[in-house]
Design a protein around this ligand. Structure first.
Ligand SMILES: NC(=O)c1ccc[n+]([C@@H]2O[C@H](COP(=O)([O-])OP(=O)(O)OC[C@H]3O[C@@H](n4cnc5c(N)ncnc54)[C@H](O)[C@@H]3O)[C@@H](O)[C@H]2O)c1
Length: 369
């Protein structure tokens, strides 16, 4: 006997991204107005740095509005983005009495939004969540697009799920308390967006990149808007990364590997910066980039105080091996997404943006970095 269990799904996961300053009241208003459906209590997930800076204030505003909320704080840093920390947050939520009636509010950078979004996706088989992004990197990339994940000892982001938030809040005012090194890290993903799909953004950064460090209002708003437009232009066409979305991994093949091999001494954006140079030089060797274009990318990353060389403490053979843990590897072969000049990506076949690269080809590039 055989039954066909017909379960076709039509899903509307659309949501708003609000870019502004001091968005706590907006968040509370939205929650009161039913942004998270029937959720009657909230788990505010944050990290040990952001707790005192922003999360406590959000907790207070939620309490004043009569919304029940508990705060769960994880230690700051990439080393918290693990399966174990996911279990810690889940157990905490369970012990606080959260069930399917709750929603998750992620307040922090990419570590918090990646982890909390993943927790929300599996807690009670899925509860709603929102992201309140407090770093330039999460505003530029991590908090938007619906990718959630944790790292494993083998590599970053290997275990996770696509899970879209109900809304993303990008509070530019929070960048004022970011250490300069974190601003640089976020700028790497911003430069990446210019390289892969927005020549105007790239040129704007060439004129204004220093002003980001002063948290200049006009510049921060401009880059936030353009980051979202580039990312969403891609995600709306290919949410589940069946082709086009791979281009958002520009610089991440070498980037993720160098991040893991550095044992997270390199910040995510610093590793991406090295990866952007590796792909640009690879592109030069393949005739997709000119020497002048590679120099422009390198100069811009340097002005953002980002590394463009592989640190000496990195074992290059270990790095080459690590490249093969990349999600784009197919049949054991490395695949790279590559720029086609500045502001455009190379397409190799219909909806195929990955090019197979041999170990020898990339070893040659890496040996000179
Ligand atoms: N999901 C995605 O699509 C995606 C995309 C890009 C990156 N990521 C992930 O994002 C993570 C990196 O994000 P990140 O750079 O935001 O890291 P992070 O969350 O670790 O934040 C960086 C540091 O800044 C601190 N911090 C956060 N906000 C602050 C503020 N306003 N003032 C002062 N300090 C503040 C944090 O406590 C932390 O120490 C990586 O895990 C990466 O894999 C995910």
């Amino acid at each position: 006997m055989k039954f066909n269990c017909e379960l076709k799904r039509v899903v509307d996961d659309s949501y708003d991204i609000e870019i502004g300053r001091e968005l706590t009241d907006t968040l509370v208003c939205d929650l009161k107005a039913g942004l998270c459906g029937k959720a009657s209590r909230f788990a505010v997930v944050t990290d040990s740095n952001v707790e005192g800076l922003y999360a406590l204030k959000i907790m207070q505003a939620l309490a004043e509005a009569g919304l029940k909320a508990d705060m769960i704080t994880i230690p700051a840093g990439e080393k918290s983005k693990t399966r174990e920390m996911k279990a810690f947050v889940e157990d905490k939520m369970l012990s606080l009495g959260c069930r399917r009636d709750c929603a998750v509010i992620a307040v922090g950078g990419g570590v918090v939004t990646d982890l909390a979004g993943f927790v929300a996706g599996t807690f009670g088989r899925g509860v709603p969540f929102v992201n309140y992004a407090t770093t330039l990197l999460s505003a530029a990339d991590a908090s938007v697009g619906g990718k959630t994940a944790v790292d494993t000892p083998l590599a970053t982001n290997l275990i996770g799920m696509f899970n879209q938030p109900k809304k993303v809040y990008i509070d530019i005012d929070t960048w004022k308390t970011l250490p300069k090194r974190e601003i640089s890290s976020g700028l790497a993903e911003t430069v990446k967006h210019g390289c892969l799909g927005d020549t105007k953004l790239f040129e704007y950064l060439e004129k204004n990149i220093e002003r980001v460090f002063d948290c200049d209002k006009e510049v921060c708003e401009y880059i936030s808007k353009h980051n979202c437009e580039v990312k969403y232009g891609v995600v709306m066409q290919d949410e589940r990364e069946s082709g086009l979305r791979e281009i958002l991994n520009l610089g991440h093949t070498v980037g993720r590997a160098v991040e893991t091999v550095s044992d997270y001494k390199l910040l995510h954006g610093e590793a991406v910066s090295i990866g952007l140079i590796a792909q640009a030089r690879l592109g030069l060797s393949l005739g997709f980039m000119t020497g002048e274009q590679v120099e422009r990318v390198e100069k811009l990353l340097k002005r953002a105080h980002l590394p463009v060389e592989i640190p000496e403490y990195i074992d290059k053979e270990e790095l080459l091996d690590k490249l093969y843990t990349d999600k784009k590897v197919r049949n054991g072969r490395l695949r790279f997404v590559l720029e086609d000049g500045i502001g455009k990506m190379k397409c190799f076949a219909d909806n195929n943006y990955g090019l197979e690269i041999t170990r020898e080809q990339i070893a040659d590039i890496i040996s000179k970095m």
